[in-house]
Design a protein around this ligand. Structure first.
Ligand code: ACO
Length: 323
């Protein structure tokens, strides 16, 4: 059977770092509150004029270099973002043109913080169906552009960044020992729209709008939904929590990471954490964390990775990947 194997990963973070101390000079907050409630110490903020497409292009080039491939080797680009450069065309086509690719398909996926898992599952299914051979799967966001910088309950939590992987269709035996994506699981429940949304859009207000969130409610749903979708992936493969070498979670809040690990009896030292330095970068957070753990040597060939995320919609999902 065909498996989608991750043959390279890359990332990009804007140069400018905004600390909690800087935020405390802008809204009524403190480093102590932000660290205690979220685990976040700093976040990266895109420069004026630097767009999601710029971040995505840099992460894509880094992933291609890591894979030892050329842009022309790619025939599918799936880009997850909730902060596209324009209402249309898709930011994936911006990346495609910057990379000089003139063939294949390119489109965006919109599932907010779960976007990368949605994009990964989408690309995986295209590769398994034999329609494309090599995909760039990108998560890229400039959430700093949709934050209400006067709302202390949200502006302290998010940051900008991008991560990317190259997926390649390869023959596998169809067992859990295969390299590549072993299983993926996606969910949505649109009833919870009002707990996490942006109060603008092209068709409703003709403005971009600002992020609004009922943090406590989102938190409660996150631990329940993530635990369920992780168990679903384990049950689908017959694997156990102790088989997982690394958990690469969406980085929303350190307390959600700890709560989910506790609920599933996962060793906390196996959870890759970047939220302290990146904040919540939405669809970019999973490939950013993955790339960090690949580049620093934690992730080794043959290891089992669990990827998971939950975001606005609500949407949530998981994937088990053999590196
Ligand atoms: N600084 C100081 N005080 C603050 C701040 C701040 N930045 N923000 C809120 N407070 C105050 C509140 O006003 C409240 O005060 P009150 O008790 O006088 O009313 C108090 O702190 C406690 O606020 P809570 O909202 O109850 O704090 P909580 O412990 O729930 O933490 C947080 C808030 C960090 C937002 C948390 O609920 C959370 O992380 N939620 C989940 C977010 C998430 O997972 N998002 C994922 C998806 S994101 C996406 O898809 C785009």
């Amino acid at each position: 059977m065909i498996r989608s194997v991750i043959v390279g990963s890359g990332s990009y973070l804007p140069e400018r770092v905004m600390t909690n101390a800087e935020l405390a000079g802008m809204v009524d907050t403190s480093d102590e509150w932000i660290v205690a409630r979220s685990g976040i110490r700093q976040r990266h903020i895109a420069a004026e004029g630097e767009t999601t497409g710029d971040l995505a292009e840099a992460a894509a080039r880094d992933a291609l270099d890591h894979a030892g491939l050329q842009p022309d080797d790619i025939d599918l680009i799936v880009l997850a973002t909730a902060t596209p450069d324009s209402t249309f065309p898709a930011t994936a086509t911006v990346v495609q043109s910057r990379l000089g690719i003139r063939h294949g398909a390119a489109f965006d996926v919109q599932a907010v913080c779960s976007g990368f898992i949605y994009a990964l599952a989408t690309a995986d299914n295209f590769l398994k169906a034999g329609q494309f051979r090599r995909a760039l799967v990108i998560g890229a966001e400039t959430f700093s552009r949709i934050l209400d910088w006067e709302d202390r309950t949200t502006c302290v939590l998010f940051g900008d960044g991008a991560g990317a992987i190259v997926l390649e269709a390869m023959e596998g035996d169809g067992t859990n020992a295969d390299r590549g994506i072993l299983t993926s699981h996606l969910h949505a429940d649109g009833c919870h729209h009002d707990l996490l949304y942006v109060d603008g859009g092209p068709s409703s207000t003709q403005t971009v709008g600002h992020l609004r969130m009922s943090g406590k409610e989102v938190f409660r749903h996150a631990v329940v939904n993530l635990s369920a979708v992780i168990n679903e992936a384990l049950e689908a493969t017959g694997l156990k929590a102790e088989d997982i070498d690394w958990v690469i979670p969406h980085q929303a809040n350190k307390r959600i990471l700890d709560g989910t690990a506790r609920k599933l009896k996962l060793d906390p030292s196996k959870v890759v954490v970047t939220v302290d330095r990146h904040g919540n970068t939405s669809a970019a957070s999973v490939p950013l964390a993955l790339t960090e753990a690949v580049r620093d040597g934690r992730i080794q060939r043959g290891q089992l990775l669990l990827l998971e995320a939950m975001g606005g919609g609500f949407t949530w999902g998981s994937a088990l990947v053999r590196w």
